[in-house]
Design a protein around this ligand. Sequence first.
Ligand SMILES: Cc1cc2nc3c(=O)[nH]c(=O)nc-3n(C[C@H](O)[C@H](O)[C@H](O)COP(=O)(O)O)c2cc1C
Length: 240
Amino acid sequence: MYSKEFNEIVNLRRSNRAFDSEIEVPEDVIQKSLERAVLSPNSSNMQLWEFHWIKSKEELEKFVPLCLDQRAAKSAKQMVVFVTRKDKWRERAAWNLSKIKETIVGEPTKMQKSGLLYYSKLMPLLYTNDPFGIMTLVRRSISFFMGFRKPFFRTGGRAKQRIVVHKSCALAAQTFMLSIAAEGFHSCPLEGFDELRVKKALKLPRGAEINMIVVVGKGTEAGVWGPRFRVPNEEVIFVR
Ligand SMILES: Cc1cc2nc3c(=O)[nH]c(=O)nc-3n(C[C@H](O)[C@H](O)[C@H](O)COP(=O)(O)O)c2cc1C
């Protein structure tokens, strides 16, 4: 239905590293794109993410050295820092629980009952940690024994939890970048930054991590580093 338009947007989204100094990005382009990013799929709808919009000139200037003086950052008109908040899992599980409870009229349906169980029992099982790694051991043992004879969800420790939140956050970043392209502007995702200093600048707690920074502006031809190279489809797309 929207195949042609979607194709155009996907092709328009190139990483641009030199933005036009004369052209500003209207605020509503970022606002709309962030609101679209919020609609991205995310693990268990826990929304363990935050989007920090760096809008003011002074703040943008502060972030240039933190982005290692990359030209994309220097010329950016706007930036968004995509942050994971694994540490907010209790709050978000409780929020999901309350949302389900709001939908219950009289006796809960089977679906509502399993939703309540999901956020009150399964999320704590997946996200609780302790200094001795006991919960990780419990989770790994459950996966091992339950999955011995039949397929079962493979859970684990802190690394697995971090992968889960970063996956979801990166999907939000992609929605944001596609939206920026749809609005006729350009972006570049960055992982070249000083994570410690970015966290400090945003006054983030220990449990937060920087997923990526997306810089935005009106791209220039010089900002595109040549044609788009991709390895042949046969090397990455497998049909079984
Ligand atoms: C997670 C991530 C981090 C990236 N970090 C940087 C970066 O720090 N600096 C940069 O110039 N490009 C960065 N890029 C852009 C990639 O180099 C670019 O996406 C890739 O070369 C493909 O080009 P395209 O985006 O134009 O299709 C990053 C891309 C991703 C997805």
